[in-house]
Design a binder for this molecule. Structure first.
Ligand code: IPM
Ligand code: MG
Length: 352
């Protein structure tokens, strides 16, 4: 088949990990007889520096015309909180323009990485959970501003926004262990009370095989570490999902190994590792490309319908790790570590 993939390296370690994702995609195309047209486009801080805009018009056009978008990471100290133009709003705009309201962040513990996690290994066996984070609403997109010495960020959700993301969670839960934990702060927030009522109604009415429980976000932050095995699908709003997925990543050992998919109503999706641009290690060629490579697998699965190809990539990453391939973030202290490129090589070798 022929697939069109927009490739946004972005900033910091973004281009380094993306290069390995692209190499793996090219290898899959060759092995399975596909043509992936990959177009590299400027995005984030590099877009600001070159065009004064984190999401240049041509980049947006390329993304809208693609089947899937593979993104590295954005941001850096040179475009900090006080910079006149910052990269983060460009990412929010891209998510909104693509209409990708459902952010899937699967967290599975790779058996080979049990010891890489700061959590005791006995808590990790059997952990297999999926965050479904709402991605185009809530406090990220509400009215913001300054009023004298006060600042405001408004958080709003509509019934429709909660219904559609709940349906995504319902479908996914039905194909997994059939359990949703909806996370909110409904003892304090009105939007959370709406989330609770609407998600409960949708699941009861439309997903008979799925159960839904509700949990306060503070308690969820604790239980995620105390009994991570008990979670199947965690459904939550934009901000809570952002925070809890970084926490959840520690179960897997490193932010560096986790992929994500952002989907809307059609097939087109935006795929990115959940880590950031890591300016502290950028340019050194030591970042872990696994999160990006696994994001490429999600792109093949969700946007191109290439399930066997996606599984081949996932198996190759697992094999490379079980053979002992380790970048610095997941290596035992004192152990030999691979560069970003060498880790890509290890995955390619396992794929072949
Ligand atoms: C993420 C990131 C982004 C977010 C930032 C870079 C805007 O932290 O994808 O989790 O908060 O959504
Ligand atoms: Mg985040």
């Amino acid at each position: 088949m022929k697939g069109r993939i927009a490739v946004l390296g972005g900033d910091g370690i973004g281009p380094e990990v993306i290069a390995e994702g692209v190499r793996v995609l090219a290898a899959v195309a060759l092995r399975f007889g596909h043509i992936f047209e990959m177009e590299a486009l400027p995005f984030g801080g590099v877009g600001i520096d070159a065009f004064g805009d984190g999401l240049p018009e041509n980049t947006l056009k390329g993304c809208l015309a693609a089947d899937g978008v593979l993104l590295g990471a954005i941001g850096g100290p040179q475009w900090g909180p006080d910079a006149p133009v910052r990269p983060e709003p460009a990412l929010l705009r891209l998510r909104a323009e693509l209409g990708v309201y459902a952010n899937l962040r699967p967290i599975a513990v790779q058996p080979a990485l049990r010891d890489a996690s700061p959590i005791k290994p006995e808590y990790l066996d059997g952990v297999d959970l999926l965050f479904v984070r709402e991605l185009t609403g809530g406090i990220y997109f509400g009215r913001k501003g300054r009023d004298g010495d006060r600042a405001v960020d408004e958080c709003a959700y509509s019934v429709r926004e909660i219904e559609r993301i709940t349906r995504v969670a319902g479908k996914l839960a039905a194909s997994r262990r059939g359990k949703i934990t909806q996370v909110d702060k409904s003892n304090v927030l009105e939007t959370s009370r709406l989330w609770r009522t609407v998600s409960e109604r949708v699941i009861r009415a439309e997903f008979p095989g799925v159960t839904i429980e509700h949990m306060f976000v503070d308690a969820a932050a604790m239980h995620l570490i105390r009994r991570p095995r008990d979670f199947d699908v965690i459904l939550t709003e934009n901000l809570f999902g952002d925070i809890l997925t970084d926490e959840g990543a520690m179960l897997a050992g490193s932010l560096g190994v986790l992929p994500s998919a952002a989907l809307g109503d059609g097939r087109r999706g935006l795929y990115e590792p959940i880590h950031g641009s890591a300016p502290d290690i950028a340019g050194r060629g030591i970042a872990n490309p696994c999160g990006t490579i696994l994001s490429a697998a999600l792109l093949l699965r969700h946007s191109l319908g290439l399930e066997s190809e996606a599984r081949a990539i996932e198996a190759a990453v697992a094999t490379a790790l079980s053979r002992g391939a380790r970048t610095a973030d997941i290596a035992a202290s004192g152990a030999a570590t691979l560069s970003t490129r060498q880790m890509g090589d290890a995955v390619l070798a396992a794929l072949a």
